[in-house]
Design a protein around this ligand. Structure first.
Ligand code: PRT
Ligand code: ZN
Length: 283
């Protein structure tokens, strides 16, 4: 049976669980247990600290896992990256005290930089010919400059609010991360088949996220124009109406483009526009 490792608690736990839930997979017990049997898919769920997931998957303790790309690259474990999951987005950045006069990467020469990601930072320094000292600390990296432990930090940034609160400013964005699905290299055929089934479910959810299903009534004379402005999956679905001069057009539109497209459709005569949430796109 397939074993999946997910973060026991923390930022990726909830979204990992809800992605599995959208794929029809639920856990039979909460966060307290180390392992639980899944419902809706032949799988066991292992709850680990995110730091331990790359190694657990590399060793085959779990066949697959959901973890931030930052952890995989930092831990440098040999795992296969099989699907990017579109949540947990963040970046690893260098930040310095707000008032410091940053002159570019050369500013970092001879400075002490506090981080929990020494490997990724070391590579950035090597790639850019920077000679700085890496000061590894486990947590609360953002307070290091204020307490005199370092001149700069290298840490995870998402909204940037934590940096501002600590009087820091981001000067180099080094690495971009999101949650990814990883697998043990060289798995047996039966496990690969199970993973393919899971990937199929996950892909259909990821494809449908951020998409809306839009239905409208349209004068037939505007049809060609409407088809040109709409990004259908293959082509929009067209249904006749009892009034032969009108038709009903159905299309999938990314949420980010929704209002722009609706304004354009209204301008060519679309009426009674319905916008529905889309649950799955099965290809
Ligand atoms: O207990 P365990 O070891 O499992 O968890 P953890 O405390 O090590 O990790 P956790 O739960 O904080 O984060 C897990 C993963 O979530 C990270 O490895 C990233 O891949 C991803 N992620 C996404 C983030 C953030 N966004 C994030 N904003 N991880 C941490 N942060 C922290 C960051 O360290 C900083 O303190 O949030 C703060 C910055 O946020 P902003 O929004 O103020 O910029
Ligand atoms: Zn961790």
């Amino acid at each position: 049976m397939l074993k999946i490792a997910i973060q026991a608690k923390g930022r990726l736990n909830e979204q990992s669980m809800s992605l599995l839930a959208d794929a029809g997979i639920s856990a039979s017990s909460g966060n307290r247990k180390l392992i639980s049997k899944a419902k809706g898919f032949p799988m066991e769920i292992l709850y680990l600290r995110d730091d331990d997931i790359p190694q657990a998957v590399a060793m085959g303790v779990a066949d697959i896992g959901i973890v931030g790309l930052n952890e995989i690259v930092e831990k440098d474990e040999h795992v296969e990256r099989i699907l990017d999951l579109g949540f947990g987005a963040c970046r690893l950045s260098i930040a310095i005290p707000r008032e410091a006069d940053y002159t570019g990467t050369a500013w970092l020469n001879g400075k002490r930089v506090a981080t929990s990601y020494p490997r990724i930072l070391g590579k950035f320094f090597a790639d850019n010919g920077i000679d700085a000292e890496i000061h590894e600390i486990a947590g609360s990296v953002e307070i290091a400059p204020a307490v005199g432990m370092s001149d700069a930090i290298f840490d995870i940034v998402s909204s940037g609010g934590t940096l501002v609160q600590n009087g820091l400013r981001e000067v180099e964005q080094v690495f971009f991360s999101e949650a990814v699905l990883i697998a043990t290299p060289g798995l047996q055929e039966d496990k690969l088949e199970e993973i393919d089934k899971l990937k199929f479910r996950l892909n259909s959810i990821l494809d449908s996220r951020g998409m809306k299903y839009v239905l409208m009534n349209l004068p037939r004379t505007s049809l060609d124009q409407a088809v040109k402005m709409l990004p259908g999956m293959k082509s929009p679905t067209l249904l006749p109406l009892t009034d032969p001069e009108w038709c009903s057009l159905h299309v999938v539109i990314p949420e980010s483009e929704l209002w722009g497209k609706i304004e354009m459709l209204k301008s060519i005569g679309a009426e009674d526009i319905l916008v529905l949430n889309l649950e799955n796109i099965i290809r």
